[in-house]
Design a protein around this ligand. Structure first.
Ligand code: PHE
Length: 344
């Protein structure tokens, strides 16, 4: 009996040794330890044994069963571990893979500069106005003291829609529209950003469409020193505290006196370089005291009220501020250009 049990153990261990997986282990458990298995059969026959034999054989049966169970348990654990290992290997995530970048948009540099300029003037109490891009000849020229056939119209050759309608050549018509709307009330204190159009050949510094910001102040006792102080404040906030301005006599039909305004060259700080053609100054805008005839036509008595006006090219300001060498960059939508302003 004992021999048969030992042989059984050997057989079982050999078969378990060769088991290929969990399923087979289970089959072997049933085969050797199950209700119809040989061990159960031996246990059932115990009653026929003598009283001396019974505990001896009982011990052997228990040992054999324990030996088989131990191996089954060990092999089960090993198969489980192998299963987990291969699963982990299959599901490995390569954390060194570069992530997919999120595309970030940015405010266009021109919009950004317009907003900056608006902020500065709003801080000085100005409101922001707008006017139409298709403008009547009256507002674009006539009411600005530029009558039909006036030679100064040549400076602003334009795109005409009809005899009476044109693409505005500057933002100055918004001066007139605002004064008309205010019906003689003061103070008038506005800036007006917008697109303007001129018949021009496009090159690095010219474009047939560009952006201006107009400024207009009307009240009692407004003087040229107010214009100068306002513009100095503006350029110092825009380009830095060290920036100075210079007014040069000029001519515009709608201002008298008129002045071209220069700022100290941001490239050399005023000592003279290639950018400022060795002068130390860069022109940024046209300005002047509002012409009495313009005031009068718009319903303001020039003997009571006075004012100043200015008009600047936004592209020029942006080019100076961000060192941009070609005006066409603003309009071609090249991402290599635009992406440089994501964090500006
Ligand atoms: N409108 C003028 C231009 O486009 C600029 C300007 C505006 C000059 C206001 C004086 C006063 O050239």
């Amino acid at each position: 009996m004992k021999e048969r049990l030992m042989q059984l153990q050997q057989e079982a261990l050999l078969e378990l040794e060769q088991a290929a997986g969990l399923e087979q282990l289970n089959e072997l458990r049933v085969k050797y330890l199950g209700k119809k298995g040989p061990i159960t059969e031996v246990l059932r026959g115990m009653g026929a044994l003598s009283a001396e034999e019974r505990p001896v054989i009982g011990q052997v049966v228990n040992d054999v069963r324990a030996a088989i169970e131990t191996v089954i348990e060990a092999k089960t654990a090993a198969f489980r571990q192998a299963e987990t290992d291969s699963k982990l290997r299959l599901e490995t995530i390569d954390v060194t893979l570069p992530g997919r970048p999120q595309a970030h948009g940015a405010v266009h540099p021109l919009s950004k500069v317009i907003e900056d300029i608006e902020d500065i003037f709003v801080g000085m109490g100005y409101t922001v106005e707008e006017g139409p891009e298709v403008e009547r000849d009256y507002y674009n020229f006539e009411a600005l003291n530029l009558p039909q056939n006036h030679p100064a119209r040549d400076m602003q050759d334009s795109f005409y829609i009809t005899e009476e309608l044109l693409m505005r050549t500057h933002t100055s018509p918004v001066q007139v529209r605002t004064m008309e709307r205010m019906k003689g009330a003061v103070p008038v204190k506005i800036i007006c950003p917008g697109k303007v159009f001129r018949r021009d050949d496009d090159d690095a510094t010219h474009s047939h469409m560009f952006t201006q910001i107009e400024g207009l102040v009307i009240d009692k006792g407004i003087r040229m020193s107010d214009l100068k102080g306002t513009l100095l404040q503006f350029v110092q906030e825009m380009f830095g505290k060290q920036t100075q301005i210079r007014l040069r006599p000029s001519f515009f039909p709608f201002t008298e006196p008129s002045a071209e305004v220069d700022v100290t060259c941001s490239n050399c700080g005023g000592s003279g370089c290639r950018v400022c053609k060795q002068t130390g100054w860069l022109e940024i805008l046209g300005s002047g005291m509002v012409h009495p005839r313009v005031l009068e036509m718009a319903g303001y008595d020039p003997n009571v009220y006075s004012g100043f006006a200015f008009g600047m090219g936004v592209e020029r300001i942006a080019m100076l501020k961000y060192d941009i060498d070609d005006i066409r960059h603003f309009y071609t939508n090249d991402l290599r250009f635009l992406q440089q302003f994501v964090r500006v």
